[in-house]
Design a protein around this ligand. Structure first.
Ligand code: NAP
Length: 435
């Protein structure tokens, strides 16, 4: 039986999952491939660390260069994460004519173009299914069975940590900070949760999805990013009263010859299937001009689902190698020479309904002043809720606007701030009724 040798760089959560899968499912992989996938080397910083996995003597090493230059190894799996040294290692693997599988969304979101072009030059494959939504095979679907479509939009819930926090806040009426603490205790949020809760991880994944759906280079830096750390129990409560659920959304939409690329918390109709995605689950919804709207749902992270995606990529490369097919599909699914620059629509030009929550002293005339500032900027009010309290305390005043351009809303908010009638900065949330 033919044998394809693999070098693994990094053996943490996902790496140990890949080792386990290759061992536990070895027989079924061979049945499907007609070849053996052999893990020849596993490079880590600390070879002495107990990883709870059993490897044959000599497999584990801290000599990354030796793995990258081993002529017997045809596929390198990069599961280190971050930019450096992952970028240098992947470039070196490509330079040495090795195929690459990676789960590293941060790396692809910033350096994808360099890596894909390098792989194109060397005629090797670079596959990265695990980089977006872990076990959900959404990238393969975009490049494969959905490839016949011209996509109008790609959007969804791409970060399990944020979705877990928002789901618990919604279910329990709790504020952000205590729920983040619980998520950390349960291992759903990292000790430093910034990447997840500030929307950065979601934006990394969105940049990959947009590049694949629209055939353009969009890096993380092109995307408007806001996280969930300023969402309050009060906003979640108001969202519920208005018939909405708050979710951290990644949105990529074609608008004429421009693309909207944004990550922010948004109010989603409680009847939209996205509102029902709870806990650590992810969902991605795409609209193509022939398929219509399709939605993928599943576990977006974790040892086993992510390992499933990584090994699926290994099998796809192995299948191509076995028939000498080389690289059948370009890394973005478009021929490299047809990938162009599509301008990103500035966030200020985004049009949607807005939820605005002000903290005001309950006195006559305040609502009229706020409505006046909105009206002056061409924004009409759909509904307003004010909770009355006695004693001159600050009370919440919630206004839902009809569709309005974001820059007009921001201008109105600046005018309202200058009136000194609010006791804290207003909260602005976009209402995504038309996903
Ligand atoms: N965890 C998930 O659920 C998940 C889901 C989807 C995608 N991903 C992606 O998968 C990748 C791996 O994630 P992970 O959660 O498995 O990470 P992890 O548990 O932190 O493991 C990282 C591994 O890389 C090694 N490493 C770290 N820094 C290194 C350096 N500077 N030089 C050489 N080796 C280094 C570590 O070696 P030592 O063990 O010796 O310290 C460790 O084995 C990341 O790109 C991540 O974004 C993860």
């Amino acid at each position: 039986m033919k044998e394809i040798k693999i070098g693994l760089l990094g053996c943490g959560i996902v790496g140990t999952g890949v080792v386990g899968l290759l061992q536990e499912n070895a027989a079924i992989l061979e049945e499907k491939l007609g070849a053996k996938l052999t893990l020849k080397s596993v490079a880590v910083r600390d070879p002495g660390k107990d990883r709870g996995i059993a490897l044959a003597p000599g497999v584990i090493t801290n000599d990354f260069q030796q793995v990258l230059t081993d002529p017997e190894i045809s596929i390198i799996v990069e599961l280190i994460g971050g930019y450096s040294p992952a970028r240098e290692y992947v470039l070196k693997a490509i330079e040495n004519g090795k195929h690459v599988v990676t789960a590293n969304k941060a790396l692809l979101a910033l350096h994808g173009q360099e890596l894909y072009e390098g792989a194109f030059r060397k005629r090797v494959e670079i596959r990265y299914e695990a980089a977006v939504a872990g076990g959900i095979p959404v990238l393969s679907a975009i490049k494969g069975n959905l490839a016949a479509n011209r996509f109008a939009s790609v959007l969804g819930i791409l970060n399990g940590t944020c979705n877990y926090i928002l789901t618990r806040m919604t279910g329990e009426g709790a504020d952000f900070a205590p729920v983040l603490k619980i998520a950390q205790e349960l291992g759903y949020a990292e000790a430093d949760p910034t990447f997840d809760i500030e929307g950065i991880d979601t934006a990394h994944k969105l940049s990959i999805l947009i590049s694949l759906c629209f055939g353009t280079w969009v890096t993380f830096k092109d995307i408007h990013v806001e996280g969930i750390s300023s969402i309050t129990a009060q906003d979640i409560d108001f969202a519920g009263r208005l018939g909405y659920t708050i979710k951290l959304l990644a949105i990529g939409k074609r608008d004429g010859n421009r693309i909207e690329a944004r990550v922010h918390p948004a109010m989603v109709s409680a009847t939209d299937p996205l509102a029902g995605i709870s806990g650590v689950y992810n969902a991605i919804r795409m609209t193509g001009n022939y398929v219509g709207t399709v939605m993928f749902y599943g576990r977006g992270a974790g040892r086993e689902p992510t390992a499933s995606a990584v090994v699926g990529d290994l099998m796809a490369i192995a299948r191509n190698m076995l028939v000498g097919a080389g690289r059948r599909t370009a890394p973005l699914g478009f021929l490299d020479e047809n990938i162009g620059a599509v301008p990103i629509k500035p966030m200020g030009e985004t049009v949607c309904k807005h939820y605005l929550r002000f903290s005001v002293v309950d006195k006559p005339g305040i609502l009229a002043k706020i409505a006046g500032a909105l009206g002056e900027n061409g924004i009409s009010i759909k509904s307003a809720i004010q909770i009355a309290k006695s004693g001159g305390e600050s009370v919440p005043l919630v206004i839902v606007t009809h569709e309005a351009r974001e820059m007009a809303v921001k201008k109105a908010l600046a005018m309202i701030a200058a009136m000194e009638i609010t006791s804290e900065n207003p909260t602005l949330l976009r209402i995504e009724d038309d996903l």
